[in-house]
Design a protein around this ligand. Structure first.
Ligand SMILES: *[C@@H]1O[C@H](CO)[C@@H](O)[C@H](O)[C@H]1NC(C)=O
Ligand SMILES: *[C@@H]1O[C@H](CO)[C@@H](O)[C@H](O)[C@H]1NC(C)=O
Ligand SMILES: *[C@@H]1O[C@H](CO)[C@@H](O)[C@H](O)[C@H]1NC(C)=O
Ligand SMILES: *[C@@H]1O[C@H](CO)[C@@H](O)[C@H](O)[C@H]1NC(C)=O
Ligand SMILES: *[C@@H]1O[C@H](CO)[C@@H](O)[C@H](O)[C@H]1NC(C)=O
Ligand SMILES: *[C@@H]1O[C@H](CO)[C@@H](O)[C@H](O)[C@H]1NC(C)=O
Ligand SMILES: *[C@@H]1O[C@H](CO)[C@@H](O)[C@H](O)[C@H]1NC(C)=O
Length: 399
C-alpha cells in the first residue's frame, strides 16, 4: 500500500515538472537554488567550515533518535578536528546542525529544505525513517548534496539513477540479516517457511521496519513464502489465532517484532504445545540489541513467575539472528564515550540501553564522508560537488 504511495510521489514529481535526473547535471533554476548559492558565496572560501546536518526523530523511542546519533557524530567530529592540519580535515572545522524529522514524510523533508536554502548543509546524515528518506534522497539527487544513512535497506532504493544517485547506504550489519537468514535456511534445507511480522494497521504509519527487513528474505525466496502480518500495537491482536494460521503453512517460522511481542508469541506457542516436540522452529530477527535484558530475554520483572517460567521454556525453540556488536575493548571505549557525550552535551541519558548499530553507522558515516571529501579537495574538486564525493564514498571500505 505505502509502496504504491512512494511510486505515486515520483509520478507527482514529474507532473510538477521537477527534473527527472540530476545525474546529467541539469539543475532546474529555481529560487531556492539561488538563495542557497548566494549564502554559500558569502562565506565560501576553500577553508570554510564543513556543515553536517543530522536528521532524525527526536523521540527517544527510536533506536536512532536524534540525541543518540548526535553523540556519535559529535564524537567522530571531535576525533577528526583533534588531528588538526595533518588530519583528513586539513585543519578545517565542522559544524553540526540538527533537525527533528518527527519521522514524518511531510515535516522531515521540509526541515531539510530549510537547511538547504540557508546553506546549512554540505552533507545529510540520515534520515532513517523510510518515508522521510524516500522524498529527501530524491531531492538530494537534484541538489547535488550527499546523503548517508543507515536506512534504505529496502530495494526501492536500489534504483541509483535517476532517483537515488546521491544516496549512500551504510550497510550496517543489520542489512545483512536477510542474507544471514537465507544462509541458515539453505544450510538446513528449510524450504518451507512462513514469515510473521509486525506491520501497522494504520495506513498513515506506512510499512514497518520489520516489513522492510523481511521483504529481503521474501524476495530472495522468490516470493513463494507464506506470510502473515499483524499490528503489535493493537491490543486485540490474538497471537494464538495467528499461530494456528501460520502453522498450517510451515513449521519454520521467521518472526520480526518487538522483543515483548516475540515473547507473547512464544508464550502462545507454548500454550499450544508447539515448543517441546522440536516440531517447530522459531526465528526472530533483532535489528538492534539495545537492552541489557538480552542476557535473559524471556524474563520480565513485572510478570508472574509462572509466565516467566513458561517463557523460558518457550525460548528454547527460538533462534535469534541479531546484528553482532564487536566485543573489543575499542568498542567498549567507543560506547562509553558516546554515552558520555550524549549525557554531557545533549542531556540524553542512555541508561541501560546499549549503543546500537544505527548509532555506530552515523559515526562511520562522518568518517567516510570526510575521507571522500578530503580526496575530492586534494584533486581540486569542490565541497559542493556532491556527485563526485558520493562516487568516492561508494567503493571504499575502511575500518
Ligand atoms: C587554507 O588553508 C591552507 C592550509 O591550511 C592555507 O595554506 C591557505 O592559505 C588557506 N586559504 C585561505 C583562502 O585561507
Ligand atoms: C587530506 O588528508 C591529509 C591527511 O590524511 C591531510 O594532510 C591533507 O591536508 C588533507 N587535505 C585537505 C585538502 O584537507
Ligand atoms: C549494501 O546494501 C545494498 C542494498 O541492500 C546492496 O545492494 C549492496 O550489495 C550492499 N553492499 C555491501 C557491501 O554489502
Ligand atoms: C502493511 O500495512 C499496510 C497498512 O495497513 C498495508 O497497506 C500493507 O499491505 C501491509 N503490508 C503487507 C505486506 O501486508
Ligand atoms: C484468542 O482467540 C481464541 C479463540 O479464537 C480464544 O480462545 C483465546 O482466548 C483468545 N486469546 C486471547 C489472548 O484473547
Ligand atoms: C563535479 O566533479 C566532476 C569530476 O571532477 C566534474 O566532471 C563535474 O563537472 C563536477 N560538477 C560540478 C557541478 O562542478
Ligand atoms: C567500484 O568497484 C567496481 C568493482 O570493484 C567497479 O566496477 C566500479 O566501476 C567502481 N565504481 C567506482 C565509482 O569507482
Amino acid at each position: 500500500m505505502r509502496y504504491f504511495w512512494l511510486v505515486l510521489t515520483s509520478v507527482i514529481s514529474f507532473t510538477l515538472g521537477l527534473p527527472q535526473t540530476a545525474a546529467d547535471g541539469q539543475m532546474v533554476p529555481n529560487v531556492a537554488f539561488y538563495i542557497r548559492r548566494k549564502v554559500l558565496l558569502e562565506d565560501g572560501g576553500p577553508n570554510r567550515t564543513i556543515r553536517i546536518l543530522v536528521l532524525a526523530p527526536e523521540s527517544p523511542k527510536y533506536p536512532y533518535s536524534l540525541f543518540k546519533v548526535l553523540a556519535a557524530v559529535e564524537f567522530a567530529v571531535q576525533k577528526l578536528e583533534a588531528q588538526g592540519r595533518n588530519g583528513p580535515l586539513g585543519g578545517r572545522s565542522v559544524k553540526i546542525y540538527e533537525k527533528n524529522t518527527h519521522c514524518s514524510s511531510t515535516l522531515g523533508p521540509l526541515a531539510a529544505f530549510d537547511s538547504y536554502i540557508t546553506g546549512e548543509v554540505d552533507v545529510f546524515l540520515g534520515p532513517l525513517c523510510p518515508y522521510v528518506l524516500g522524498p529527501l534522497s530524491r531531492y538530494t539527487a537534484v541538489w547535488d548534496i550527499p546523503l548517508l544513512t543507515a536506512g534504505g535497506q529496502n530495494d526501492n532504493f536500489d534504483q541509483k539513477k535517476p532517483y537515488y544517485s546521491l544516496l549512500t547506504r551504510m550497510n550496517g550489519s543489520y542489512t545483512q540479516i536477510g542474507h544471514i537468514f537465507l544462509k541458515i535456511l539453505r544450510r538446513f534445507h528449510w524450504h518451507v517457511i512462513a514469515l510473521l511480522f509486525h506491520n501497522f494497521s494504520d495506513h498513515i504509519l506506512g510499512n514497518s521496519n520489520c516489513y522492510f527487513t523481511l521483504s529481503a528474505v521474501y524476495r530472495k525466496l522468490n516470493r513463494e513464502v507464506y506470510y502473515l502480518n499483524f499490528d503489535e500495537t493493537d491490543p486485540k491482536t490474538n497471537y494464538s489465532n495467528i499461530l494456528k494460521d501460520v502453522t498450517q503453512h510451515a513449521r519454520v517460522i521467521v518472526m520480526c517484532a518487538s522483543p515483548n511481542t516475540v515473547r507473547e508469541i512464544l508464550l502462545a506457542a507454548e500454550e499450544l504445545n508447539m515448543v517441546d516436540k522440536g516440531e517447530y522452529v522459531f526465528f526472530s530477527t533483532e535489528l538492534f540489541t539495545s537492552k541489557k535484558e538480552n542476557a535473559n530475554p524471556w524474563m520480565r520483572k513485572g510478570d508472574s513467575q509462572t509466565r516467566n517460567k513458561r517463557a523460558r521454556k518457550a525460548y528454547e525453540a527460538l533462534l535469534t539472528v541479531t546484528a553482532r556488536k564487536p566485543e573489543t575493548p575499542e568498542y567498549a571505549e567507543f560506547s562509553r564515550t558516546v554515552k558520555d557525550i550524549a549525557k554531557k552535551k545533549f542531556g540524553f541519558d542512555y541508561g541501560e540501553e546499549e549503543v546500537n548499530t544505527y548509532v555506530t553507522a552515523f559515526h562511520e558515516a562522518v568518517l567516510l564522508y570526510v575521507l571522500a571529501l578530503n580526496e575530492t579537495l586534494e584533486e581540486g574538486g569542490h565541497i559542493t560537488n556532491g556527485s563526485i564525493i558520493t562516487q568516492k564514498m561508494w567503493n571504499r571500505t575502511f575500518e
